[in-house]
Design a protein around this ligand. Sequence first.
Ligand code: AMP
Length: 531
Amino acid sequence: MYDKKKFGNLEISKKIFNAVSEMGFEAPTPIQSEAIPLLLEGKDVIGQAQTGTGKTAAFGIPIIEMLNPRFRGVQALVLTPTRELAIQVAEEITKIAKYKETRALAIYGGQSIDRQILALKRGVQIVVGTPGRILDHLRRKTLRLHNLSFMVLDEADEMLDMGFIEDIETILKETPETKQTLLFSATMPREIQVLARKYLKNPELLSVSKDELTVPKIEQVFYEVKEFNKLEGLCRVLDTSEINLAIIFCRTKRGVDELVAGLEARGYEADGLHGDLTQAQRNRVMKKFREGNVEILVATDVAARGLDIDNVSHVINYDLPQDPESYVHRIGRTGRAGKSGIAVSFVIPKEYRLLRLIEKTINTRIRRLKLPSFEDVFERQREVIIEKLSETIEQGKLSHYRAIIEEMGSTHDTVDIAAAALRLAFDIEGSQDFSEGDNGAEFGNTGAEPGMVRLFMSIGRSDDVRPQDIVKTIAEEAGIPGKVIGAIKIFDRFTFVEVPQDAAEKVLYSMHKNVIKGKRVHVEPAKARNR
Ligand code: AMP
């Protein structure tokens, strides 16, 4: 029962270790390394950390480690500013507690209070909620905090900005003196300091970024992407860049595997490197990459530690690193031995604060670029073709092929013959569509009717889904009339549905990772070639 496992500098129970390994974590993030031992010792902690630094697990792991799973009462309360964060935190805690008997519940305004009361009655140990709704439950006495051992104020500065400070104080007054209190905040305005002084006992102050870091002279750029079109964005960048060798960083092992699969499915040669590989497998991957037999190496931070390769032209942060130090480590893999290098980061909107922190710490502005358009991709393909053709002409040895052209020249136009040869050689899929303008510029050609965008959904006949289920859910979730939804094609394990171009983003946002018929679905713009 007291089986412990080493997780970086930490010792955690085997059950939690197994759960976080499955989540793809290989080592603690800096805030976790610092906060977890202190929390396990029973200290109050103030963590200056933003979203993206791994702060949820920094408090989630020790709380799950310490609370009593056999006792069904509420032992930990996490206050968050928004319902989205409450759901996200409860989900993350549920994953970490996968092999424990611990239950977490998100409670927020806008959801039926009766359902929440029922869920609370069934017994949960960790409640994550927004202050207003938590207060509501306290007043109704449907939530009691007298057994509370842990109180977490997450994104305290955001809660302050949203005017929750009085609610928070009222809630804190209902909690037992003996509890341990943790406060996480990206910034430390005076009101937060006052609150901390009043309610935390001799807190330890942790800050993820202490020193300013110096960065080698590398061109640094970033692209803003949405979670669902990250891969598409990456492909466009790869297609328009002159890549020698590229290392792409992902946050988790699973992220590495998924990205390698995604890239391979799109015709790129990529290999993955993470902690689950044996030394022999690792050596094989490294050899291929070093010798240029694969151009793209996808890795976690841990796996890339100690990699020493010259000639890496691009370091790509597919996931932003969780702290400025890792950013510096990562991008230091390019621009070696006096060569130039470029560091590219993909940033989703909620990571802007983390990006700003990185910029501040390294004292450099990271330049924002617009994602290459399809025209850019096509233009780059043209350049590559012209380069390759010129090289081939220079090399000569063409007499065999010239003879064929001369023979065909009597019946066909020479330019047509050359064009057909290019098409055969380069097989530029969809190039026609690039040049002739496509539907839904932002999504590329999804193979939909004009004015529509075709979406791929990872649910199908084998999940018992019918067209009316798809129409109803999309209409409800995205708030669009059912009748504007276009062709629906249901296959065994997936479905294609066409939605109007101007509603496509809304549908993607509301449906991706949403639940239909009890199944969480993955939604993304379809590829024209899947038609
Ligand atoms: P947070 O700052 O809590 O919002 O976490 C940001 C993201 O990092 C989440 O997707 C976490 O699942 C992930 N994460 C947290 N800890 C680790 C870790 N030790 N290794 C890899 N990913 C992590």
